[in-house]
Design a protein around this ligand. Structure first.
Ligand SMILES: Nc1ncnc2c1ncn2[C@@H]1O[C@H](COP(=O)(O)OP(=O)(O)OP(=O)(O)O)[C@@H](O)[C@H]1O
Length: 469
């Protein structure tokens, strides 16, 4: 196929790379994100349709490959068929192709489905799959850091898979447990790296087989029996707070660094590469409170907050906290949960940005119940276990899977009865603007609030800069 006529040099590059086009016929571009372009392609050897994800950022590529290698064969994580990695070129991941995602499904349900929206049986099935995917990550000490409906891809037969691990972090202690021992660089740069069957662990084989079984309820029970809470807790007992963070984009550093009058935001977006954590991760609407307060000493609990926001969105067909800036995001959270104080989370005053910004007292917080009228107390109870201030109080994915909500009537419906949107045009849906305003959703930018504070933001060759007057 000829290269298309648009002019982005990045989008051209994949067409001119023989090592890729020898193996794959590139059919169309299906999406793009902050760091990537994604193409639908056909593998020449067997006609398999795949997604080729060309990643323009080295660190994102490295993270995504490393995390996906560890999670290969988890049924609710996107499959990495292989990748191309060579010097001076963008990495290209060969992923299984998944036509739609949970964001598109929620939009479709809001626009086109009857007033009941997504049924309880459907919600339970989606949530069980999401929880299994998150549980797989957390068991492997991987924090996804960007869970949101658009990153939960869905196959035509109703299997949901976590995707977009470009922001994922493998917590340091776990690096020794990469049991697959797969080389990061393909041995031959002209051939894609591909996993071999022998690299699958027994646990993962069981997991994969489990998904293929019919009888959802029995499957859930088996899954829970084979993966006890104690075992999960043992594996998840970590924190990487001992490592320093050289790269954040928190307001605290801007304030601390006020004597340095020109501040490069581009600098801040990089992690230090030595294990330091940044608070500038995730998409704002799903970003945990501790990240909004600049924490660099966080763990897998940030994913659990995001999970709670996604659960609400499935129930309500609208985002829980659609903030237009980080400050607005915090205001919306406080309106519902009340102000953040030592009473609501003992230790919160140690957060880097605590006390840097003061918020008016919310006399009568709405509570999560008010956000979810007509929903059952069980559902509200589960969400309260996720969307709560103290990260240590949040329920783990495994604990949630064991909640009776998922094993009582109405049961999660079988995969083949799930309703899945027909459209494959996610970008069009996103830009249509019919549903609600997505402005700011995909952005980590705090420009609006800086501008509000009278700080000058200007673009530079390397990115943009913030100047204090
Ligand atoms: N495996 C896949 N199958 C089909 N489409 C995909 C696949 N992976 C990604 N896409 C499409 O490409 C888009 C961009 O992919 P992805 O979100 O992984 O990239 P990103 O650059 O990390 O994005 P973001 O800016 O959200 O962090 C997705 O929204 C989706 O539409």
């Amino acid at each position: 196929m000829d290269a298309p006529s648009y002019t982005s040099s990045r989008s051209w590059s994949i067409y001119s790379r023989a090592e890729i086009t020898n193996h794959y016929e590139i059919l169309e571009r299906v999406g793009s994100g902050a760091y990537s372009d994604v193409y639908r392609a056909r593998r020449r050897s067997d006609n398999l349709i795949v997604a080729l994800k060309e990643i323009h950022d080295y660190q994102s590529a490295f993270r995504e490959i490393e995390a996906l290698q560890m999670l290969q064969n988890s049924p609710n994580v996107v499959t990495l068929h292989g990748y191309f990695w060579r010097e001076h070129e963008d990495a290209v991941l060969v992923l299984e192709f998944l036509r739609t995602d949970l964001g598109a499904l929620i939009r479709d349900a809001k626009r086109n489905w009857d007033e009941k929206g997504i049924t309880v049986g459907e919600i339970k099935q989606w949530m069980v799959q999401i929880l299994r995917g998150v549980d797989a990550c957390h068991r492997n000490s991987i924090v996804h850091r960007d869970l949101k409906p658009a990153n939960l891809l869905i196959s035509d037969d109703g299997v949901l898979k976590l995707a977009d691990f470009g922001q994922a972090r493998i917590l340091l202690e776990s690096r020794c447990v990469n049991e697959y021992n797969i080389p990061l660089e393909p041995l031959n740069p002209d051939e894609p790296w591909q996993p071999e069957q022998s690299e699958l662990s027994e646990k993962d084989k069981t997991c994969k087989e489990g998904l293929e079984n019919e009888g959802q309820n029995q499957e859930l029970q088996d899954y829970n029996t084979n993966n006890s809470v104690e075992e999960a807790e043992k594996e998840m007992n970590f924190h990487d707070g001992n490592t320093s963070c050289l790269a954040t984009c928190t307001t605290s550093q801007l304030v601390d660094d006020a004597l340095k009058s020109v501040y490069s935001y581009e600098e801040e977006r990089r992690d230090d590469g030595n294990g330091g954590m940044t608070s500038c991760v995730g998409t704002r609407w799903y970003r945990a409170l501790e990240l909004l307060y600049g924490s660099v000493d966080y763990g897998q609990e940030i994913d659990l907050w995001s999970l709670g926001c996604i659960f609400v969105e499935l129930l309500k067909l609208e985002p829980l906290f659609p903030g237009t800036s980080d400050i607005d995001q915090l205001c919306r959270i406080f309106d519902v949960l009340g102000n953040l104080t030592e009473d609501s989370w003992s230790g919160c005053s140690k957060l880097p940005d605590y006390g840097k910004i003061s918020f008016g007292k919310v006399e009568n917080p709405l509570g999560l119940e008010a956000c979810l009228p007509n929903r059952s107390s069980d559902e509200i109870h589960l969400i309260q276990k996720l969307v709560c201030y103290d990260p240590a109080s949040r329920a783990t994915a495994m604990e949630l899977l064991q909640e009776k909500y998922f094993s009582e009537e109405p049961l999660p419906i079988p995969l083949n009865e799930l309703r899945i949107p027909f459209t494959n045009s996610r970008q069009d849906e996103r830009s249509s603007g019919n549903w609600f305003d997505y402005k700011g959703m995909d952005s980590d930018s705090d420009f609006e609030e800086f501008a509000r504070d009278g700080v000058v933001v200007s673009t530079t060759n390397g990115g943009f800069s913030i100047q204090f007057s």
